[in-house]
Design a protein around this ligand. Structure first.
Ligand code: PAF
Length: 280
């Protein structure tokens, strides 16, 4: 039985991938920033089942952090990450350095994401999605996967990735994967490692608020439901950043219940910023 292979050099990765592609094999890709948990593993397992090979990249991308402290505190746990993925037989973990991802000579041209980076995360983390687009663009150019897998927990990121994939004309199928939750309902996140046991309990108000919104969808129009949901959320201890009900495709605020909507929330639990969302 073989185990997952660790590669640092782009040239080594590209030579393995090009041999496989010439033989008509499919490549699944799971970009990550490490600090992997069962939610990431579910993406990797799905990608490994649906493709001949899965590449998991681990790169803590500085350009998507608008807060230096958040970047410094982001957990780096390569040994544990490799341990978590060791049973993936058809996998490569690609751990590049910054010079590989951001070479001096680049073909990358930023583009206007429209409303997608103006609302919710975009409003509170200026420049964040520019960083995400840049790194995913460069990773897509290196890996050239058949399919790329992203968690729905980062709902807005998924919308941004779909738009950038179409904009740059990558022939890559974007696969959205359901959010994995702890038994308590807390969405799995690398940031949960920084929560105390008490904070993990406090953080449940995020999912409870989303469920409150879903349960009350038929009782109120969206603008009234937001007010009720804020009251509900404020019974907990977290500091809210935003709570929005938006249309799934456009991310415009939902004015009536005609189209599919998603409720998205972000809040601070102590010093840890958490996000979650629920399709309504
Ligand atoms: O979702 C993430 O972990 C990151 O935003 C991504 C897609 C790996 C880009 O750095």
């Amino acid at each position: 039985m073989s185990t997952i292979q660790l590669i640092h050099k782009k040239e080594e990765l590209k030579s393995i991938l090009s041999a496989l592609k010439s033989a008509g094999k499919s490549i699944g890709f799971v970009p990550t920033m490490g600090a992997l948990h069962e939610g990431h593993k579910a993406l990797v397992v799905k990608a490994s089942r649906e493709n001949d090979l899965v590449v998991v990249s681990i790169f803590v991308n500085p350009t998507q952090f608008n807060n230096k402290e958040d970047l410094a505190l982001y957990p780096r746990t390569l040994d544990a990450d490799l341990e978590l993925l060791k049973t993936i037989e058809n996998g490569i973990v690609f751990v590049p350095d910054a010079a590989t991802i951001y070479p001096e000579k680049t073909s990358f041209k930023p583009f206007d994401l429209g409303i997608l980076d103006k609302v919710m995360e975009g409003k509170h983390r200026p420049g964040h999605f520019d960083g995400v687009v840049h790194v995913v663009h460069n990773l897509f150019e290196i890996v050239e996967p058949t399919k790329a897998y992203f968690g729905q927990k980062d709902f807005q990121q998924l919308a941004v990735i779909r738009k950038m994939n179409a904009h740059y004309g990558f022939p890559i199928e974007i696969i959205a994967c359901e959010t994995l939750r702890e038994e308590s309902g807390l969405a799995m996140s690398s940031r949960n490692m920084r929560l105390s046991e008490q904070e993990k309990k406090d953080a449940l108000i995020l999912f409870e608020t989303l469920q409150f919104v879903k349960e009350n969808r038929s009782n109120y129009p969206p603008n009234e439901l937001i007010v009720k949901a804020l009251e509900f959320f404020n019974s907990g201890n977290l500091i809210l950043e935003y709570l929005d009900i938006v249309e799934v495709e456009s991310l415009e605020n939902t004015m009536s219940w005609n189209n599919s909507s998603v409720c998205c929330i972000a809040a601070y639990c102590g010093t840890v910023r958490l996000i979650d969302n629920l399709l309504l």
